[in-house]
Design a protein. Structure first.
Length: 360
C-alpha cells in the first residue's frame, strides 16, 4: 500500500455508529485499511439526506449489523493511502465519491446498471454501497473503491462535492429517460436538493422551460435563483391545473423527486400525450397510479436509483465549468459529535434546513 507520508494515519478514529433505530453514537473505531483496488480517504465533509433518515430509523434494507455500522453516503475528502493496484489517484488528491460500486460480475453491472446490482449488499461478491451496505462517511476516515471515486478540480469546493452525487441522481434519470431534452418543457416536482440540482441540469441540457413544483417557499425561491422558469406553490392551489395553464397542455417530461405519496399521480396528470415520466424518489408506502391514463396516452415511464452510469463524472464536469451550483444549497453545518442533533434538525426541519452536512 502507498501512504501519504506527510499525513500520519492514526490507529483509531472518531466515527458515528448506529446501535438501533434512533440510536446513533460517536465513538472510537479502528481506521480501516484499503484493500486491492481501494483508497483510504480522510473525510472532510459528509452530507445528510432523506435516505440517511430511513437508515437511522431502521427502514432501509440490507444495512450491516447494529453496533458496528457507520452510515453516510455523500462525502468528500483527501486521499491518504492507496490499496494495491491503484494508480488513478494519489495521496493528497481531493476526491468525491458516488455511493454505489457494483459487484462487476452480474448481468446488471455488466450492462452498466450497477445501482441495481444483482448482488446488492453481498460484500463477498464485491458489491459496496457506502453508508448503506458498508461503512460510510460519518467518520474521520473511510475506504472506497477507486472505480467510483473522482479527483476534484480545485474550483469545486467540499460542499459542492457533497451535491455532486445528488446532481448525478438527476443526470442518471435524464440519461435513462432518453437524455435529449433540448427544447422540451420539463416539470420538476420537489424543491429538495435532488430537485434543485435537477432543475439546474435540465437548464444546462437545453430544456426550453423548467417548471418547479413544491410547497416550501424558501426552497421554491432558491429554485427560481437557480434557473427555474416558473415556480408553482402546490399548497396555494391545484398544481396540475397550474402546470397545464403555463404550458397550454401537458409537459414533455415530468420528474418526480419529492417522494411524497400524492405527487406521482400529479405527475401522471401533468405529463402530455407521448410524454415521459421519471421517478427518482423512494416512497414511504405503496402508491396508486392511474395506469390506464399512462397507457392511453402512450406515456413512457422510467425509474432510476442513485447516480449510475457516468453521471457523477458528468456532474463534476458541469460543476467545474460553473454550471452547477451546489455549495449554496448547504444551509447547516455540524460537528461529528453533534450528529444526533443534526439528524433531528433534518427530520423536524428545524430552522428550515435545505442541506445539512457534517464537517470534519
Amino acid at each position: 500500500m502507498t501512504a501519504d507520508h506527510t499525513t500520519t494515519i492514526p490507529e483509531t478514529m472518531r466515527a458515528a455508529v448506529l446501535y438501533g433505530p434512533g440510536d446513533i453514537r460517536v465513538e472510537d473505531k479502528p481506521v480501516p485499511r484499503p484493500g486491492p483496488g481501494e483508497v483510504l480517504v480522510k473525510v472532510a465533509v459528509c452530507g445528510m439526506c432523506g435516505t440517511d433518515l430511513k437508515i437511522y430509523d431502521g427502514h432501509f434494507p440490507q444495512t450491516p449489523p447494529y453496533g458496528s455500522f457507520t452510515p453516510g453516503h455523500e462525502w468528500a475528502g483527501t486521499v491518504v493511502e492507496l490499496g494495491e493496484n491503484v494508480d488513478e489517484v494519489a495521496p493528497g488528491d481531493r476526491v468525491c465519491i458516488e455511493a454505489h460500486s457494483g459487484c462487476g460480475r452480474c448481468g446488471n453491472c455488466m450492462a452498466g446498471l450497477y445501482t441495481a446490482c444483482s448482488n446488492y449488499g453481498d460484500v463477498a461478491k464485491g458489491h459496496r454501497a457506502s453508508g448503506m451496505s458498508v461503512d460510510g462517511g460519518f467518520a474521520e476516515y473511510a475506504v472506497h473503491k477507486v472505480g467510483s471515486l473522482y479527483a476534484m478540480p480545485d474550483n469545486v469546493s467540499d460542499n459542492d462535492a457533497v451535491l455532486i452525487t445528488t446532481a448525478g441522481t438527476g443526470l442518471f434519470g435524464l440519461d435513462t429517460a432518453g437524455g435529449y431534452i433540448v427544447g422540451d418543457t420539463v416539470v420538476v416536482i420537489g424543491p429538495g436538493p435532488v430537485g434543485l440540482m435537477t432543475v439546474q441540469a435540465c437548464k444546462q441540457l437545453g430544456a426550453r422551460e423548467v417548471i418547479l413544483v413544491g410547497t416550501r417557499a424558501s426552497r421554491l425561491a432558491k429554485g427560481a435563483e437557480l434557473g427555474a422558469d416558473h415556480i408553482i406553490d402546490a399548497s396555494a392551489g391545484d398544481p396540475v391545473q397550474a402546470v397545464r395553464e403555463i404550458i397550454g397542455g401537458g409537459a414533455d417530461l415530468v420528474i418526480e423527486t419529492s417522494g411524497a405519496v400524492r405527487t406521482p399521480q400529479q405527475a401522471v396528470d401533468m405529463v402530455g400525450r407521448g410524454g415521459t415520466l421519471l421517478f427518482v424518489a423512494f416512497y414511504p408506502e405503496p402508491v396508486t397510479l392511474d395506469l390506464s391514463a399512462v397507457v392511453r396516452n402512450n406515456v413512457q415511464v422510467h425509474t432510476t436509483r442513485g447516480e449510475g452510469g457516468n453521471n457523477v463524472r458528468r456532474a463534476l464536469a458541469l460543476a467545474e465549468m460553473g454550471r452547477l451550483r451546489g455549495e449554496e444549497l448547504v444551509t447547516h453545518e455540524f460537528a461529528l459529535d453533534d450528529i444526533a442533533e443534526a439528524l433531528r434538525v433534518v427530520r423536524e426541519r428545524d430552522g428550515d434546513p435545505l442541506k445539512a452536512v457534517i464537517r470534519f
